[in-house]
Ligand binder design. Sequence first.
Ligand code: TEU
Ligand code: CA
Length: 577
Amino acid sequence: MTRNAGTGGRRDWSRSVIYQVYPRSFSDSNGDGIGDLRGLTSRLDYLSALGVDIVWICPVYASPNRDNGYDISDYRAIHPDFGTMADFDAMLAAMHARGMRLMMDLVVNHTSDAHAWFEAAKSSRDDPHHDFYIWADAAQGCAPNNWEAAFGGSAWTWNAATREYYLHLFSHHQPDLNWDNPRVRAEVYALMRFWLDKGVDGFRMDVVTLIAKPRDASGRLPDAPRTRAGDLQPAFDLVSNCPRLLDYLGEMKREVLDHYDVVTVGEAPGISPERARLLTDARHGPLDMLFQFDHVDIDTQPGRSKWHLRAFSVDALRDSLSHWQAALADHGWNSLYFNNHDQPRAVSRFGDDVRWRDRSAKMLGLLLHGMKGTPFVYQGEELGMRNAQFSDIRQCRDVESLNFYHDAIERQGWNVQQALHAIRAKGRDNARTPMRWNCAANAGFSAGVPWMEVPPDDPDVNAETEMADPDSVFHFYRRLIALRRTCLALVEGRYELLLPDHPDVFAYARRHAGADLLVLCNMCGREVAFAWSAPAVVLLANTDRTRLPDQGDLVLEPYEAVLAVQVREPVERAAAA
Ligand code: TEU
Ligand code: CA
């Protein structure tokens, strides 16, 4: 996985499929109800069977867990909940022994307010660590600007000891680091080298596009534009397009990334396709790929917070994903995801998790893995795990949902059911219920009381049952992942949208010298018929279809998904008939 910096070559990870583990909810080895590193290590054969080769683990560093580990108090220590550094080393060795690579979560836009740097910084304006963070005087007795925090309230909190505000784009327990300070950058590069020297193979960089803050001529952080709905977006759009971001990531590339075999994915809320192409251009870009957010905002009312729901439409999803396929077609590289620890389960969001759970989960997998980019599979997605159906706020653990619930009811006039309805649809806890391993108590996740309830889901939605069923979502994902290893058209084929106006079918081709692949996905629970005239042989489908007709109507079953190779020559046509 050597960086081909400057050659324009695509690293070998472009055939990889990356599996995301939320360690707290993956597998508990010691019965304390919390997933841990030994538990994860015990499940590596399962990941090998699925066929993934890079594993991204969410943060396992020392943390007060105000945001479940995205508030780090010591970057070089393992949180005791997850085990010891020896457990980490054993897990890494076990992954490498299976030909797997480990991607760690690098959270350096902010630290925990319990980090020694912040403990010192907040004590005095003269402390050597004071300018590791972003401070500003009050403006007419109020916060320095109108930025709001992603978890509610102002992005500024008053610090009495130094009589000034500090910035936190997330919770007030997560003070933003001052990347304008070269000492901060040097500390980050040193901690990156610490993990890379231990053999870590990659980084997922948490909100990396937010690290550089825009300042006006007077050095002030300017107000963010208010949206027409009046719901001020966190200043993500303003911040993520700050010019100095390219300087800082370019320095990180020169100082660290170019000296190791490392794969990087930057989490990029607010990023534009143009800047994404710049950041991930294999010829000179500092990062290998990015997580953009456009397609996971399509069911949010424009300009409002994610809790203001809007019906999902195939048009919106197709436009969003096709736009990014086109934007990064020649330079830059897409990550491909529907699920992660911050998003509701896609089968509940874009499929039908009651009547067509199995088939719509497979359809969404094929829709995503058929595209150009690197697919990410989030734990349980390969089983068709769905949202948790929370009925009481006490079932939730996420700071974002808890803050929203209380603010909506106490300040915005929502009632309990309205707030719970929004949390059932968009709450991050939907993705954080324990992984389902078997039919035993707690789905085999823990012998103790899990930190989050295991929803009373379908008893057959679990790894053991699905590994024994060749027609399961698990084996469908396994076949999808295997195809990416052998089918060059899937890796390099040019994306071409088909049926651009169909209200229910998302269809596209992947044009390649070796073969033209066709992906057809019916994204609704009804049969759909449309004219079709491209004979093809089916490679993979979530039904028993084997061919596509060379003329006449094609009828897709509810949530049917097909990956096929288009038949090109007359002689092939005859064979396919
Ligand atoms: O998420 C950044 C981010 O944009 C999320 O806040 C997302 O927009 C929101 O959760 C959608 O509901 C990263 C991590 O993935 C997230 O878990 C952390 O809470 C956040 O950064 C702060 O580190
Ligand atoms: Ca445990």
